[in-house]
Design a protein around this ligand. Structure first.
Ligand code: SF4
Ligand code: SF4
Length: 427
């Protein structure tokens, strides 16, 4: 998958029953159900995973890489998401966990947590020095940024201009290995163990950067079983490369972790994409002008709630706290000297609005279509029942005007037509 509309979430036609639950849960009205099958409009999808979470038939798949891809590179680096360490309730130490990842075939384990050191000071500086319009919205969650692009374009100026820890870490790791071993970019494969489809999409269809420094993304749940098997036979770390996770930075993945670790007091931490949308409505209405920082996560509970994790998010939060308190603080010292010069932590490309609801390029025709939508909406029942295959009556009216649906798709309209026909016949 590549290109500006590439997304990781796909519908499995063999499992989808057309029940419409995903359509009702999608925050951007990206889904329609046609002939018993859910169809995702890629231009509107923000990779929030609501459709995955709401589906009772497990009818979604994730377009991702696998461990097989390791053989395509001369040197491989794996970046486990900050939430990775929190998946193991048995309490393996961070360095043992990193060794287990190396045994999967990777040459180096490099954590997002290393980038947090650099990021948290910049976040504080930007907030304290009012460098961005307030309230400043964290750039950490790609699904939230895509929500802003799709539905809240007036908030684009509020986005924190720094990259997310994983993108910073990927660049750091590449630089480190190029400098130390002289490999070229194409020799090095950077793998990311992801808690969510949003981060997988962000590699092939990046926001705020020209291209991602990551080559392959693998869902955390896809490697979990292999790591668990390796851990069962391992008690101590196996090499000097083993302790690269900076456990004290793991709380970044919790709700409120970014604000707390950056030393920002006047903040709102909101999680769950529908709750995030409510907070964004309030920002647009000017109700939150006094707030400095909004830490918004698409997943309930923050990244520990990502659908590609294994562990219950509440248990994972407790695991993070325990690891942060008890793990050894040391890590691969060579990293420090290279990273001390590392400066690339800002987004390099402008974030622009996504025009997903343009009715027509021609202004006059667009106005005409708007009137038609109003007129058709007023003729529909307004029950937003979803049985037509659109999430609400207005969306159906829009689809009708755009030639993608018919009045007859509405069951109530069909019923009315039928009654009128019977009346005509009886006269
Ligand atoms: S991932 Fe989110 S935005 Fe995309 S189709 Fe599913 S619910 Fe809609
Ligand atoms: S909250 Fe975290 S895990 Fe969930 S979509 Fe955003 S970045 Fe991914």
């Amino acid at each position: 998958m590549m290109g500006k509309d590439a997304h990781a979430v796909k519908v499995r036609a063999d499992r989808c029953t057309g029940c419409t639950r995903c359509m009702q849960s999608c925050p951007t009205e990206a889904i329609r159900v046609k002939e018993g099958l859910a169809i995702i409009n890629a231009a509107r999808c923000i990779d929030c995973s609501q459709c995955i979470e709401s589906c009772p038939f497990d009818a979604h798949s994730i377009d991702s890489g696998s461990l097989e891809d390791i053989k395509n590179f001369k040197y491989t680096i794996v970046i486990p998401a900050i939430t990775f360490a929190a998946q193991f309730s048995g309490g393996p130490k961070i360095d043992v966990l990193c060794s287990a990842l190396r045994k999967l075939g990777f040459d180096l384990v490099f954590s997002e947590g290393l980038a947090v050191d650099y990021l948290k000071d910049r976040v504080r500086e930007i907030v304290v020095n009012n460098q961005v319009k307030k309230p400043i919205i964290s750039s950490h969650c790609p699904a939230v940024i895509r929500l802003i692009q799709t539905k809240y374009s007036s908030l684009i100026d509020h986005i924190m201009p720094t990259g997310s820890p994983v993108d910073i870490a990927a660049n750091m790791a590449r630089n480190l290995i190029k400098e130390k071993y002289g490999y070229s970019d194409s020799d090095i494969g950077v793998f990311y163990l992801s808690p969510c489809p949003a981060r997988i999409t962000n590699v092939v269809n990046p926001i705020g950067m020209q291209e991602s420094a990551i080559n392959v993304t693998i869902p955390i749940k896809d490697v979990y079983g292999d790591v668990l098997r390796i851990l069962s036979g391992m008690k101590e770390p196996v090499s000097e490369f083993s302790n690269c996770m900076k456990p004290e930075n793991l709380p970044w993945a919790e709700v409120g972790g970014q604000a707390k670790m950056s030393g920002v007091d006047n903040y709102i931490a909101v999680s769950g994409i529908h709750e995030v949308a409510k907070v964004f409505d309030q920002i647009e209405m000017g109700e939150l002008d006094e707030v400095d920082f909004i830490e918004a996560s698409s997943c309930t509970g923050g990244c520990v709630g990502g659908p590609l994790n294994i562990e219950n998010p509440f248990v994972a939060q407790r695991n993070i706290r325990r690891l942060a308190e008890n793990s050894s603080q040391g890590y691969f010292q060579m990293i420090d000297s290279v990273l001390a010069q590392f400066k690339h932590i800002y987004l390099t490309e402008e974030i622009s609005p996504k025009q997903t609801n343009i009715l027509d390029e021609d202004f006059t025709k667009a106005i005409e279509k708007m009137k038609q939508i109003e007129e058709i909406t007023s003729r529909l029942r307004g029950l937003d029942c979803g049985s037509c295959g659109a999430p609400n009556c207005r969306a159906l009216a829009e689809d009708i005007v755009q030639g993608k649906a018919r009045m007859e798709d509405c069951v109530f309209y069909q019923e009315q037509q039928h009654l009128w026909r019977l009346e005509d016949e009886s006269e």
